[in-house]
Write a protein that binds this ligand. Structure first.
Ligand SMILES: Cc1ncc(C[n+]2csc(CCOP(=O)(O)OP(=O)(O)O)c2C)c(N)n1
Ligand SMILES: [Mg+2]
Length: 372
């Protein structure tokens, strides 16, 4: 039942020595997200991407650090600023970009676009465009894994669900209903608020009660709330790791605030008039990629050539993804009538898995179409 659980304090200064290879992988993961996002912005400006497009630059350490602290089969769900989470979870950038280009090779056959990155093979359940819509779904995912592990398979609960949300979601009813359910039903779910200080153009202090201490909201649902610095991937990982373990063991939900900053606008059409250049520069000076690169340089002797080689490697990977996505065909017109759950225009015609999973129509993951 929901009594206030105490998460033991973790001293951020007690450095857990992580293997160099792990740190290099995280650096590559963050560089990949940043390069992917920079190319996505370009592609948007070149009208290859339609609809909304929300860029994750600045927040890379959050997705990479949290996902590293999870098991690969722990379900993950997020909002519409979702490219970074998909890539950090292992989605091939080809499938991610093809989705944004509206092509059949995309993770949702090009029918979802930027806000709907789904990847069943990597236990990623979206990509959701309605603010806080993912919160009750996360409670459902956590209920389902617990039920499957304990009742259907007759074992103990093995999986936790990670639900990412923005600070704007704190003011949505769905968030509060989900927190209450998770608290009262003892669900193994981590609600992870990526607090980047703004919900579109509205600063958190203008729209959110207790905006200076949002973990206070967790107490009302019998959960401990924890705040983490999201501009440092090592800190994110070191602080998330025991929380994930505790959630798995106790089967109690935990609320985590990760303080971060988005360097770009809310979406591609945002001129950012609600904040100063000064503020942006202050956060850019705390850049999480630079921070990890400096750590690798100081502690593991990484040279400038090695850094440049990594950066070049991701540039080539994203360039290849762009060519692959360009060459992937647009969905056949018949796709208009599948995966649709309303039968307003006729009987339900069923669903087909995306080619990305190697089961559906068109080229699968191992057979990229040759660029023209
Ligand atoms: C229910 C609902 N209301 C309003 C919107 C319009 N909207 C889209 S994003 C957004 C702001 C959300 O900000 P936040 O949760 O902080 O996420 P961030 O964009 O900072 O990642 C709003 C109000 C929406 N998508 N859904
Ligand atoms: Mg926000």
């Amino acid at each position: 039942m929901s009594t206030l659980t105490k998460v033991p304090a973790v001293d951020e200064n007690v450095a857990v020595k992580l293997p160099e290879q792990t740190l290099r992988k995280w650096l590559r993961d963050m560089l990949l997200i940043r390069e992917f996002e920079a190319r996505s912005m370009q592609a948007y400006q070149n009208r290859k991407i339609g609809g909304f497009c929300h860029i994750y630059i600045g927040q890379e350490a959050v997705a990479v650090g949290v996902i590293a602290a999870l098991n690969d089969d722990d379900p993950l769900i997020t909002a519409y600023r979702d490219h970074g989470h998909a890539l950090a979870r292992g989605m091939d950038p080809r499938h991610c970009l093809a989705e944004m280009f509206g092509r059949i090779g995309g993770c949702a056959k090009g029918k979802g676009g930027s806000m709907h990155m789904f990847d069943k093979a990597h236990h990623m359940y979206g990509g959701h465009g309605i603010v806080a819509a993912q919160c009750p779904l996360a409670a459902g995912l956590a209920f389902a894994t617990k039920y499957e592990d304990e009742v259907i398979n007759g074992g103990t609960s093995r999986r936790v669900t990670a639900c990412f949300l923005g600070d704007g979601a704190l003011n949505q009813g769905a968030f509060h209903e989900a927190m209450n359910l998770a608290g009262v039903l003892d669900l193994p779910v981590l609600y992870i608020c990526e607090n980047n200080g703004y919900a579109m153009g509205t600063a958190i202090s203008r729209a959110t009660t207790m905006g200076h201490e949002i973990t206070a909201k967790a107490a009302a649902y019998g959960m401990e709330g924890v705040t983490i610095n999201g501009m440092d991937v090592i800190t994110v990982y070191n602080r998330m790791k025991p929380l994930v373990a505790r959630c798995r063991e106790s089967l109690r939900p935990i609320f985590v605030e990760i303080r971060t900053y988005r360097y770009k606008g809310h979406s591609m059409s945002d001129p950012r008039k609600y904040r100063t250049k000064d503020e942006e520069q202050r956060y850019e000076a705390l850049d999480p990629i630079d921070k990890l690169a400096e750590h690798l340089k100081a502690e593991h002797g990484m040279g400038p050539d090695e850094y440049e080689a990594l950066a070049k490697d991701v540039r080539l990977q994203v360039r290849d993804a762009g060519k692959w996505a360009d060459a992937s065909p647009v969905p056949d017109a018949s796709e208009l009538y599948t995966d649709v759950y309303a039968d307003k225009w006729g009987p339900y015609l069923g669903t087909t898995p995306p080619p990305m999973l190697g089961e559906g129509p068109g080229p699968g993951p191992t057979e990229p179409p040759q660029p023209a």
